[in-house]
Design a protein around this ligand. Structure first.
Ligand SMILES: *[C@@H]1O[C@H](CO)[C@@H](O)[C@H](O)[C@H]1NC(C)=O
Ligand SMILES: *[C@@H]1O[C@H](CO)[C@@H](O)[C@H](O)[C@H]1NC(C)=O
Length: 499
């Protein structure tokens, strides 16, 4: 399952960089910055078409540089912010469907009114990848020219501008921001899985970077590396860099889906499947517009490994932020912050994050990997039999920490049922232990005793400790289930019993 996916990723990367074989290295010549700042004065018209969308149904009305009448005709409202969508490199020369979905989402009544503009540079984007990269500089310049003209002719401040760039479009946004700069800095740039090939590891001026706007956020969704390359850029390029599901690949985009898709779409399915994780960045962003009450929270963390241990769910000192349109724009330093989260496989993408810490007291050494299931009862919903594996064998008094995510909001957690899964190996070990023990009068054989379960919810920041409900019977046998309730409740019961 893994290798065909790798092959397809490789194919796409080949297509991406095919042009290198034609000796088209992205040489310094068009990349020079010195002669580039001649925007407003020299650019009389743009190759990029800027289309303003007035309502949900229209096809867009073209704004023309230096033609103030087009602002009126198209219904540009200078008292509203401007959101500009910038697409990426194009394989087939067609505007992709997500663009219209994004326009609709931005126009939705759920969102404060904004001017929505599409920077259509499809003729320049439908080229070999390295040529498209060069053109992306020019497009950045043209976007900057439009914004400068808006500032001069309509007193429209660039700080009211939000560029949303997908793939190569993210770097176009960066170039535009760089051409503006200084007092004319763009308000915000959002990078949706910014292109990786030939940008990874380059200097900040050669790609999108935090100094291209007052605030830059990036969502990385397809950074799985193949032969040293990944479709989306891996390195942080923003003030806040979001890595949903670790950023390498996305749930629901797996290769198995490809077979279904091939039946439906023929060979186009290959690009469709590859695009799935890349374009997921877009759909996560659209989701944030369409589900205001289901905003996904992401958490500051050094890497996905630590995140998977549940070690990063704190929101103290701005350690967490909201993914997508409604991100809190509070950190504006030079250093990027990497944020992680788990998402569902389809919209609404929000998942609920919990850190579980389980402490065992047991004298028995437990080799291998025991597996457990937990059933969680919340005030709203319950989740049955969530499987858990606690890594290496369980040792005494050690606390095991892991991340658990749920697809739905179960409300406040009130009870946990912890079950040692049936496993042949384990039953055998258990039998051995019991055979050894019968000499003792009270066989106080020391099996597996889960002492407490501490739970921290990322979404509510609430911490709760759960204790065994029945304090007389703490032993957990294979295939057995133990109920845990909030410790205050269990200790009250204990007191009542002791009275
Ligand atoms: C521009 O937007 C403002 C704020 O929403 C609104 O009050 C005004 O009516 C709009 N102007 C036009 C011409 O639509
Ligand atoms: C585990 O902790 C208990 C008391 O909390 C202690 O009696 C026991 O010796 C500890 N076991 C190990 C192996 O450290």
């Amino acid at each position: 399952m893994e290798s065909p996916l790798c092959v397809s990723i490789f194919l796409v990367l080949c297509i991406f960089i095919l042009s290198s074989a034609h000796g088209q290295s992205p040489g310094p010549e068009p990349f020079g910055r010195s002669h580039a700042v001649e925007t407003g004065e020299t650019l009389q018209e743009t190759e990029t078409r800027f289309l303003l969308f007035e309502d949900k149904t229209d096809k867009g009305c073209q704004l023309q540089l230096h033609h103030a009448d087009t602002l009126q005709q198209c219904g540009f409202n200078a008292s509203l912010p401007l959101v500009m969508i910038i697409h990426g490199w194009s394989f087939d020369g067609l505007l992709e469907n997500w663009i219209w979905q994004m326009v609709d989402a931005l126009k939705s009544p759920l969102v404060q009114p904004v001017n929505v503009v599409l920077a259509d540079w499809i003729t320049l984007a439908h080229q070999q990848y390295t040529i498209a990269i060069r053109k992306s500089r020019l497009v950045g310049q043209e976007v900057a020219a439009l914004l400068q003209w808006l500032e001069e002719s309509a007193q429209f401040s660039p700080s009211n501008v939000h560029l949303i760039g997908y793939s190569l479009g993210a770097h176009v946004s960066g170039f535009a921001g760089n051409y503006m700069g200084g007092k004319h800095k763009i308000g915000r740039i959002t990078a949706l899985d910014a292109a990786g090939p030939l940008f990874e590891g380059t200097a900040p001026s050669e790609r999108l970077s935090p100094d291209d706007a007052n605030f830059v956020d990036a969502i990385h969704t397809f950074t799985r590396e193949h032969m040293g390359l990944s479709v989306g850029i891996k390195q942080p390029i923003a003030h806040y860099d979001f890595y949903p599901n670790g950023g390498t690949f996305q749930p629901g985009c797996h290769f198995l889906e490809l077979y279904k898709d091939i039946a439906k779409y023929g060979l186009n399915a290959i690009t469709k499947t590859i695009k799935c994780a890349h374009v997921r960045s877009v759909h996560l962003f659209i989701d944030s517009l369409l589900h205001p009450s289901m905003q996904s929270t992401a958490y500051l963390c050094s890497d996905m490994d630590s995140f998977s241990q549940g070690l990063c769910l704190s929101c103290r000192k701005s350690r967490c932020n909201t993914l997508g349109y409604h991100v809190r724009q509070e950190h504006r330093g030079k250093k990027s912050r990497k944020l992680f989260l788990v998402t569902r496989a389809q919209a609404p993408f929000k998942a609920y994050h919990y850190q579980f810490k389980i402490q065992f007291i047991n004298q028995m050494e437990t080799p291998g990997k025991p597996t457990f299931t937990m059933s969680l009862l919340g005030t709203k919903e319950e989740m049955q039999k969530v499987p858990i594996t606690l890594g290496e064998g369980i040792t005494s008094n050690k606390t095991y920490s892991f991340l658990l995510t749920l697809d739905l909001d179960i409300g406040e957690l009130v009870m946990i049922k912890f079950k040692w899964d049936n496993s042949a190996v384990w039953t055998n070990v258990w039998n051995t232990v019991q055979i050894i023990i019968p000499w003792g009068r009270e066989p106080h054989y020391s099996g597996l005793v889960p002492k407490s379960i501490r739970v921290m919810s990322g979404e509510t920041q609430q911490r709760t400790t759960f204790c065994p409900e029945n304090v007389d019977d703490l032993q957990l046998h294979p295939t057995q289930e133990k109920t845990f309730v909030r410790c205050e409740i269990s200790s009250k019961k204990l007191k009542r019993k002791n009275r």
